[in-house]
Design a protein around this ligand. Structure first.
Ligand SMILES: [Zn+2]
Length: 407
């Protein structure tokens, strides 16, 4: 049991004990909370399998329920999620292209299948979704349906997987699970299934809208014997107290360095796992929003703004060319942290700096920029403002001032 979950023996032992009792003492509503990539979803799927196994609950059990849950085709399993598997798929693809190992094939299949499962027809009925997206979803769905039976993927199939992942990357820009999806799931939850017990997994329950939380809460208040809820949350403090009080909580701690290295080395074949501080960082190494990747853009921006010999139009073109809102917000945050860091170096009379163009300005001036940036970052998130306008609002006047001072 729980053999595929790394570094979480404490919590999986508790779950295992609860399941092994006769009858099981598992709660019907559970919340698995902890940071991303700590194994919450894998543990939830394994729990769903153990609840439904018709034999001895062995790790390699081949009863029809265990097989269907492993393949993510079990009728009693519903997953509500807007998780984006793009970067995970891209890295797994690159490993698989080097070595066609069965466990990497399984990871690829699982990631595509997990992308589709939350978009089953009955779940997305009456939800706002473009017809073209629905059509594309059906086309991809029928293409990937037989991927489970292929022991090895060809290069054409790997390209199809990459294209599919790109489609989801764009589709899942909005991370919220629409309230109608929750309603459709609740309608489904009253059905009786001949195969076994129903398990509903809701990902990122800490990001649900209040309306969705209230709809869900009503159902949690009336448990039934053949229904289990497993809610997943990264930030448990953001989950409604009334929801939490109806769930038994299980904490998934951050992976130890050893467990992280174990996963990167043995599953993803990385010879030097220490260069990644977490599994997230490994998967997201090509993600432009990862702080490390934003740095090059921020360095360039600092030169464009603070160097006196750079004219206004270069700064204008740089900001205009960046169309991605999340990247622009990321740049603003990274710029804030660079300036804060510079200020503390300044205050400690530390002469080492990467940013000589900032050093030619007085500390007071940098403090004002820091304050303004902080305010704008908070406002952008709270009031849903456009990051581009916020960035222009602070950088254009600075640039003007620097250019005028030069004359
Ligand atoms: Zn079984």
């Amino acid at each position: 049991m729980y053999k595929n979950i790394f570094g979480q023996e404490k919590v999986t032992n508790i779950l295992q004990n609860e399941i092994s009792f006769s009858p099981p003492t598992l709660a019907h509503s559970m919340i698995f909370h902890g940071n991303h990539y700590t194994g919450k979803l894998s543990a939830a799927l394994e729990t769903a399998r153990l609840i439904n196994c018709t034999r001895e609950k062995a790790d390699n059990c081949t009863c029809s329920n265990c097989v269907a849950i492993r393949n993510l085709t079990f009728n009693g399993l519903v997953i509500l999620s807007r998780r984006n598997y793009y970067y995970e798929i891209i890295e797994t693809l690159s490993c698989y292209r080097q070595k066609k190992l069965p466990h990497l094939r399984d990871k690829l299949y699982r990631a595509i299948r997990l992308s589709f499962t939350p978009l089953q027809d009955f779940l997305i009925e009456n939800t706002p979704m473009a017809d073209s997206d629905k059509k594309q979803l059906q086309t991809l769905g029928s293409k990937f349906a037989d991927f489970i039976d292929k022991p090895e993927y060809t290069s054409t199939e790997l390209e199809d997987i990459e294209k599919g992942a790109t489609f989801f990357l764009n589709l899942y820009k909005n991370k919220n699970i629409p309230v109608n999806v929750i309603r459709n799931m609740l309608d489904w939850s009253y059905m009786t299934l001949p195969e076994g017990k129903k398990v509903v997994i809701i990902d990122n329950v800490d990001q649900l809208e209040t309306s969705s939380e209230n709809v869900l809460l009503k159902r949690l208040e009336e448990p039934s014997d053949d229904l289990y809820f497993i809610l997943l949350a990264e930030n448990n403090s953001r989950v409604l107290q009334t929801i939490k009080s109806r769930c038994r909580a299980y904490y998934f701690k951050d992976l130890s360095n050893e467990a992280k290295n174990n996963v990167l080395q043995n599953i993803y074949l990385q010879n030097d796992p220490n260069i990644y501080s977490s599994i997230y960082e490994y998967f997201h190494q090509k993600d432009p929003i990862l702080p490390g990747n934003l740095k090059a853009k921020v360095d360039k921006l600092i030169n464009l703004v603070f160097q006196k010999n750079v004219n206004f139009s270069e700064l204008y073109l740089f900001i205009e060319s960046e169309k991605n809102k999340e990247i622009l917000l990321g740049i603003t945050k990274e710029l804030y942290s660079v300036i804060s860091n510079e200020i503390s170096l300044y205050e400690n009379k530390n002469t080492q700096t990467e940013y000589f163009s900032l050093r030619s300005f007085p500390l007071k001036f940098l403090r004002e920029i820091e304050k303004d940036l902080k305010l704008r970052i908070e406002r952008t998130s709270a009031l849903n403002l456009t990051p581009k306008t916020q960035l222009e609002g602070i950088l254009y006047p600075i640039k003007e001032m620097i250019l005028h001072a030069n004359r």
